[in-house]
Write a protein that binds this ligand. Structure first.
Ligand code: PLP
Length: 440
């Protein structure tokens, strides 16, 4: 270790302006319910419920107890050619929540791994059925599918892709994104304009011939790009085009699953059933890293062919179905049921939309978007300094108002707890307004 290094040097933080952060580090040492605490005892209200992860609040006693018990009972066991009781139990619980016909679950450790697993399953599925010409993958501009090479390739976040441009996967196309402030600014929920953008998929199927396309992946509501709800009928139209051409539809529900849009999955909320669903985050309430890929019976069955002694899919992780993560997941599923978390989320939706749209006429705001418990307030950038206004609001909210949110450039993003107290949430939005009013 470098003896001159200060105690913040060693940790290279993810998606963080490291040098700026380390001038005034924001270090959390505890959490409970809807608040974080810092070393000096300061409490902060968490308007982002972790990182879209912790819908039932931090350190939920039921989840804490389940994890404590599991780690003292079975801490780990090999995940290849043997497994643990909790992984099977959780797979059943999660597939029970899924749309009919989606009844198999492959465990990963993160959203990024779920996405790359889903892409591999899609490619291997077509090959297993003798359609090995289906190799092309389609994502969407502004899509976020994690940071591994597959997810980055189908993703459409320019800063994430820029440094790796030459190494991204070949054979990938992108649909246009559906964010359009000119037509849709300040829409509550799904915009009417933009359904036709799904026809990009039809054009790509014509260009490449549909028989060469394996899958299209989209977030039902784009989250990381600043909350972009799908235009009315858009997801249905994608489904129809996929069906016409034998293309698999993958919903990346790392954010939208487990109550964030009021149902077990966005698929149910939008009444569109994909072939594959990727999840993570709310699967364990963020307590232990875990993801899951859910697939249709048709996909699973296509793999369960050939000699029984053969491994059907050469893919998996040391920690797939980890018993402690699975125990956390089981406790979280119990809480969702017992506390009616998804119903709580639906009830909160209207108030949340009201709080957000009370910023519609704010002089610094150019758009407000919401769906379920996902919301964004987009501010106009400062002349010559894009992103500076968003970061200033974020920091002032943290230090002066003790409220945690997220900013993507000049867009403020909100992901409240599914079981938020509406008054607490309202007070937090008032704090955000004070900060927005106080800056230039
Ligand atoms: C839609 C979506 N997919 C994938 C990911 C990547 O998840 P992780 O950070 O767990 O790898 C995220 C993370 O926010 C996401 O929002």
């Amino acid at each position: 270790m470098n003896s001159t290094a200060n105690k913040f040097d060693a940790y290279w933080m993810p998606f963080t302006a490291n040098r700026d952060f380390k001038k005034q580090p924001r270090i959390i040492t505890g959490a409970s319910g809807h608040h974080y605490t810092m070393d000096d005892g300061t409490r902060l209200y968490d308007m982002f419920s972790g990182l879209w992860t912790s819908g039932i609040g931090h350190c939920h006693p039921k989840v804490v107890a389940a994890v404590q018990q599991q780690v003292a009972t079975l801490d780990y066991c090999m995940s290849f050619q043997m497994s643990n009781d909790k992984a099977f139990a959780l797979a059943e619980r999660v597939t029970d929540l899924a749309p009919d016909g989606i009844s198999h679950c492959f465990f990963t450790n993160s959203g990024s791994e779920s996405v790359d697993t889903a892409l591999k399953i899609a490619l291997a599925f077509h090959r297993a059925r003798g359609e090995s010409s289906r190799t092309r993958l389609i994502g969407r501009e502004k899509g976020y599918h994690g940071v591994n090479f597959g997810g980055m390739s189908v993703g459409g976040m320019v800063p994430n892709r820029k440094a790796f441009s030459a190494n991204l996967m070949p054979g990938v196309d992108h649909l246009r994104h559906t964010l359009n402030i000119e037509h849709n600014a300040f829409t509550r929920g799904q915009p009417e304009w933009g359904t036709h953008l799904a026809d990009d998929l039809e054009r790509l199927a014509e260009l490449h011939d549909g028989s060469n396309i394996a899958a299209v992946i989209v977030e039902p509501v784009a989250g990381s790009a600043g909350v972009i709800p799908p235009p009315v009928g858009y997801l249905q139209r994608l489904r129809e085009i996929c069906d016409r051409h034998g293309i698999l539809l993958i919903f990346d529900e790392v954010i939208t699953a487990f109550g964030r849009v009021g149902k077990g999955f966005g698929a149910q909320r939008f009444d569109v059933v994909p072939d594959i669903i990727t999840t993570a985050k709310g699967l364990t309430n963020g307590v232990i890293p875990m993801g899951a890929v859910l697939v249709s019976d048709a996909i699973f069955d296509a793999f369960m062919q050939g000699p029984e002694q053969m491994i059907e899919l050469f893919h998996g992780y040391t920690y797939s179905g980890h018993p402690v993560a699975a125990a956390a997941g089981l406790a979280v599923m119990d809480v969702y049921n017992e506390e009616g978390t998804f119903e709580q989320s639906v009830i909160l939706e209207t108030k949340f939309a009201d709080f957000l749209h009370s910023f519609d006429d704010h002089d610094k705001v150019i758009d407000v978007r919401n769906f379920g418990l996902m919301g964004a307030i987009e501010m106009a950038p400062r002349e010559g300094a894009p992103g500076s206004r968003g970061l200033e609001v974020y920091k002032k909210c943290f230090w002066d108002e003790h409220v945690v949110l997220r900013n993507g450039m000049d867009t403020l993003v909100f992901s409240p707890f599914l079981n938020s107290d509406a008054d607490e949430l309202e007070q937090s939005f008032e704090a955000v307004r004070r900060v927005m009013d106080s800056i230039d």
